[in-house]
Structures are given as C-alpha cells and as structure tokens.
Design a protein around this ligand. Structure first.
Ligand code: SRM
Ligand code: SF4
Length: 569
C-alpha cells in the first residue's frame, strides 16, 4: 500500500494517544470549576455517545457578562433498528426530566437524544441508560453508528430476520475498548486484560460510518444516503439475503467543491449469514484506505468515489475470500411512514404516530410526552423509532386499542396534519447544534404552514412532497435526497434544492441560493402553479421539476451545488 505522506488530521493524533478512547475524560468529569471538558476530550467523548454543546441562544449575552458559555451535553443512545421496550422508553423519559431539558429527541437514525445534561450528571445518566440495556457507546465518533432498519413489523413475516441481522451487525462492530465501562460505569480494568480493537485498530476509522437495512418496497431508511446498506430480498416470506450498497452520504461544506453528497450503489448480493463479514470487511477497507489527512474528505463515500466502484468490489471480494453474487431485483415505492393503525401477520396491531421533527415534549395544546409515558407504563408491545423521526407503538394486543386511543385523546395527541408535514423532516440545528447556520427544527413547521397555503391555492394539497430542512450542509435530515431541500446558509437564509425523487434514489440540486422566506414562497408559488396545472397523473413533484427543466438531472454528486444554469448536459 502506498504510504500517505500528508500530515495527519489533529483528531487522528488525539485518537492515537487516547489509550483506546480514555484520554483525560475521567479527570475532566471531576473538575468542578468549569462546566466543560478539555478540548481533546470532547473529541473522545463522541465515541462514548456524548457531545459537549453550549446554548447558542444565550451565548452573546453571557459573553457580555464575562460568563463562560452555558455548557451542557447531548447524550445519544443507540437503538439498533429503532426498537426499544416500554421500560427503556420510561428510562429515557425519566432522564429527560431529571437531567435533560424535559424533552426527548428521536433522531433521523432511529436513536434517542437527550439535550442539556450538565457535566455533573453525565455519569448517572449514562449508567441509567446502560442499566436499561441500551447504551451510548459508538452512537457518535469515528466508528460504526446506530444501525438503522425498516421498523414496521407489518412489512413482512421475514421482518424479524432482517431486524436480527441489524442487531448482529451492530453488536459485531461495537468497539472493544473497556474505556467506556471504566469511565461511565466504574468498572475496574482487569489487570490482565489488554485493550485491542481487532476491527478498528488503535486510531479507529478516519470518520463516522453508517449502516442501514431496508425492506422493500419501503425505502423509509433512505438506503442510498448511507455508507453501507443491505436491501432485504424476501421471496415467499423467506429472507433470501441482501443486495449490498456502498458509498452514499450527505455531508458537505458550502463553497468547498471537493465535498458533496453521493448516492450509494448496489454492488451485489450476499446471504444472511454473510452480513457481519461483509460489514466488517467494508469497514476494514475504509480503515485502511480512507483519508486521514483531511476530515472533510474522510468519509467512505469519497474512498469509493475516488478509487472507483470496480476497484472497491474487487478489494471486498478478495477480503471476503469469495465473490458477491449478482444483485437481485427489488423495487421501492415509498419513503414515508404509513400513519395510523396497521395489522401484523400474527394479528397484533401497530399505531404509527406523527411526531413533529421527532421532538417528544409537552406544550400547551398537546401533552405528547405525558401520553407516551402513560402508554409505556401499561408495558405493552414495543416502541419503534422510524427513520422519519416518527414513532410506532408496535405489536399491541387488539384489546388494548381503545385504551391507547383514550390516552392519546386525553392528551390531545391525535391531530390532523397535512401530507406535506407527514413527509417532512428537520434536523435539530439551533439552539444546541454548534454547526447550525440557520434554524431548522424550530422553523420548518412555520414555513410548512405557509407552503401549505400555496398548495391549497394551486389545488395540490393532497400531493405528498418529501421536504427536508437542515441548518447547515452537513445534511442531518438527508436534505439532498428530498424533493424539496432547504439547507441553511445564514440566519433566515437557505439554499433551495429541487428534484430529488419521491423514493430517494435521485439527488436533488441547487435551484436558488441564499434566499429568505419571502423568496422561497415566491419561487414555490410559481412552480406549484405550474405543477397544479400541468402535472401528469400521479407525477411526483421531484419528477415534475425535472421534466419541466426547473432543474436538470445530474450525473454525479459534485454537481449538486451548481446552479441550474452552470450544469453542462
Ligand atoms: Fe448529524 C454532526 C445531529 C443524523 C451528517 N449531527 C452533527 C452534530 C453532532 C453537530 C456537531 O458535530 O457538533 C449534530 C448535533 C445536533 C444536536 O444539537 O443534537 C447532529 N445528526 C444529528 C441528528 C440528531 C439530526 C436529527 O435531527 O435527528 C441525527 C442523529 C443521528 C443518530 O442518531 O446517529 C443526525 N447527521 C445525520 C445524518 C443522517 C443519517 O445519518 O441518516 C447525516 C447525513 C448522512 C451522512 O452522514 O452523510 C448527518 N452530522 C452530519 C455531519 C456531516 C458528516 C460529513 O460527512 O461531513 C456532521 C458534521 C461532522 O461530522 O463533522 C454532523
Ligand atoms: Fe447541526 Fe447541520 Fe446537522 Fe442540522 S445539519 S443538526 S445544523 S450539523
């Protein structure tokens, strides 16, 4: 292998001298003089599922008062496939009240986030999460993150086998270090035990890594937006295996043309018994060939893109010691969640609830958090977080239906919402995300109400349009595979991207740059008018804007940020 002579990124050095992710975290937690941790340790805590943050709403005022920023921590708990028990839900609910900001955030990767946890409460909170048999290790950091999987148990009898594969992969790729147990759970390091990371090595991966499993015809997990994916191939209700996808990802930087979103590509088919080996070998290829001198180009998608898909497939086959089979036919028809009641093959019921941007909280009109706690206390079925930030109360007994409905009605949870809202997502952004350039979660609902008015005006209110907003181009709500994507540029300003497909297999691209709300509404008014008058039967909005050449289809992710007129076709 050719030796890399470029200087390593600072984070690489922090990892290499961290003694398998220990750093100085344990001591930093004891320092009462500050609410923060040492800078280097804040890189390492990510591997433990913890992000140091500050309240950006109060940042300027506190600076004027010469106070240190209002530091707190975000804790992310992994939930492979998004499935947790009522008891685990209760633990998260309780921690949010005791140590967090009274809300739980369901993430776009089917995990939990708690915001606002003070340093002094971190250990207790992490210990409680572990006692409930969830954990936070590898929820963030340069390792494999929460493994996603289509959560709907009614998709297929074989659904359980796919979830099982998700759990196995998650377990298989969990870091080996005992640092987590020592720091957060006060476990003594056994003197004879030597740390080693047989899969990751001492410096882990060059960057975060994301795996996802989809069960067609639903592409609810956005399979093409992730590093590694497995598309379940099910015949006669039996799981035959998976088509393997590699090289997708969303994150990029405004103005940096070397960064861009990419869709993953199918490279072949593997049997259920091979998934852990395939995942391990793919991760090891990224460990060995991923960029470690420039974090902006360190994601696996760039490794695949620059080395080429044929090179990658050959390397994988060599490491597997066998060739992947030819890909099998599959078809995706949807991406959103099916709200309301559905029935499973064993007769049990599911109720899919709309959760605005994944935020579980109480407000004056709706006591969602209280309602879900009351339901969890009944200890029935499972709670399943969807990749669209919604929640499924799954595997309920038929006789519990009325009781659940009573609780949801009592707390005013069952409201009407438009198809636009059903298919929308926003990332967290302000006030906690340090990278946010514009609002997302707090603003998208307001903007959507105005967009709905345009839909009513042009008689397209019943058309579902996948709309996503993020506060910056990192793409946490996967905006580059939306039919309408809003990406924050500055306070109140967004780039408008158009032309993704309804099922998530086409990237959108830049239509207007750095525009405010009024311009957004003006632009959509014009296009919606045309769509209302000239759309073909069942033509999706993303397809329409391409057919009518508002945007042209692109051939590579590097064109996503080029304005329409610059694209050479
Ligand atoms: Fe993300 C960083 C929130 C899913 C791409 N993401 C962050 C941080 C931790 C900001 C930071 O580094 O300081 C955000 C914390 C905000 C907060 O206050 O909570 C953050 N990301 C989220 C969540 C909570 C968004 C949400 O609204 O649900 C999602 C948590 C997922 C989870 O449970 O693990 C979340 N992030 C994603 C996704 C979507 C996905 O994984 O399906 C993406 C795009 C897919 C991808 O990775 O390509 C994503 N997040 C990023 C990036 C860009 C990475 C890159 O390739 O350049 C960053 C910035 C970074 O890593 O440097 C980032
Ligand atoms: Fe923060 Fe940007 Fe991710 Fe939104 S997309 S949560 S603003 S990093």
């Amino acid at each position: 292998m050719k030796k890399n002579t470029k200087p390593l990124e600072a984070v690489e050095l922090i990892k290499s001298k961290s003694n398998f992710l220990r750093g100085n975290i344990a001591n930093g937690l004891k320092k009462e003089i500050t609410g923060s941790l040492d800078e280097e340790d804040t890189q390492l805590t990510k591997f433990h599922g913890i992000y140091q943050q500050l309240d950006r709403d109060s940042q300027v005022a506190r600076r004027k008062l010469m106070l240190e920023p209002k530091y707190s921590f975000m804790i992310r708990a992994r939930v492979a496939g998004g499935i947790c028990s009522p008891n685990q839900w209760l633990v998260m609910d309780d921690l949010a009240n005791q140590y967090g900001n009274n809300s739980i955030r369901l993430t776009t990767r089917q995990a939990f986030q708690l915001h606002g946890v003070l340093k002094k409460n971190l250990k207790t909170a992490i210990a409680s999460i572990n006692q409930s048999l969830l954990d936070t290790i590898a929820a963030c950091g340069d390792v494999n993150r929460n493994v996603m999987c289509t959560p709907n148990p009614d998709t297929s009898i074989a659904h359980g086998a796919v979830v099982d594969a998700a759990h196995k992969i998650s377990q298989h790729l969990t870091p080996n270090t005992t640092a987590y147990h020592e720091i957060w759970l006060d476990k003594q390091k056994h003197l004879s035990s030597l740390d080693n990371e047989p899969i990751y090595g001492q410096t882990y991966l060059p960057r975060k890594f994301k795996i996802v499993l989809a069960i067609p015809p639903s592409n609810d997990v956005d399979i093409f937006a992730h590093d590694l994916g497995f598309i379940a191939i099910i015949e006669n209700e039996k799981l035959l295996g998976f088509n393997v996808t590699v090289g997708g990802g969303m994150g990029c930087t405004h103005g940096d043309k070397t960064t861009f979103p990419l869709l993953s590509q199918v490279i072949g088919f593997c049997y259920p018994g091979q998934v852990c080996d395939v995942a391990e070998q793919v991760v090891k290829i990224q460990r060995d060939f991923g960029e470690r001198s420039n974090r902006k180009r360190a994601r696996f998608k760039y490794t695949v893109d620059s080395k080429g898909i044929d090179w990658f497939t050959n390397e994988l086959n060599t490491r597997l010691g066998c060739e992947l089979q030819d890909e099998k036919p599959y078809i995706f028809t949807s991406r959103g969640d099916q709200f309301g009641w559905s029935k499973n093959f064993d007769g049990s019921l599911n109720l899919t609830l709309f959760i605005e941007n994944g935020r579980i909280t109480n407000n004056d009109t709706c006591q969602l958090k209280t309602a879900l706690k009351e339901i969890a206390l009944l200890n029935r079925g499972e709670f399943r977080i969807t990749a669209n930030q919604n929640l499924i109360l799954a595997k309920l007994n038929v006789e519990d239906k009325n009781l659940i409905l009573e609780i949801l009605t009592k707390y005013n949870v069952l409201g009407n919402h438009s198809k636009l809202k059903d298919n929308a997502m926003a990332c967290v952004a302000f006030p906690t995300c340090s990278l946010a350039m514009a609002e997302a979660e707090r603003y998208l609902p307001l903007l959507l109400e105005k967009i709905e008015q345009l839909q009513i005006k042009h008689n397209i209110i019943n058309r579902a349009i996948v709309t996503r907003m993020t506060g910056c181009p990192n793409g946490c709500a996967r905006p580059f595979v939306a039919e309408i994507g809003f990406v924050g540029k500055g306070p109140g300003k967004y780039n408008l991207y158009l032309g993704g497909s309804f099922i998530g297999n086409r990237l959108n691209h830049l239509y207007k740059e750095n525009i405010n709300e009024q311009s957004i509404l003006n632009e959509l008014d014009i296009i919606f008018k045309d769509y209302g008058l000239n759309a073909l039967d069942n033509e999706y909005f993303g397809d329409f804007v391409i057919r009518k050449q508002y945007v042209k289809p692109i051939t590579h992710g590097s064109q996503v940020h080029q304005l329409q007129l610059e694209i050479q076709t």
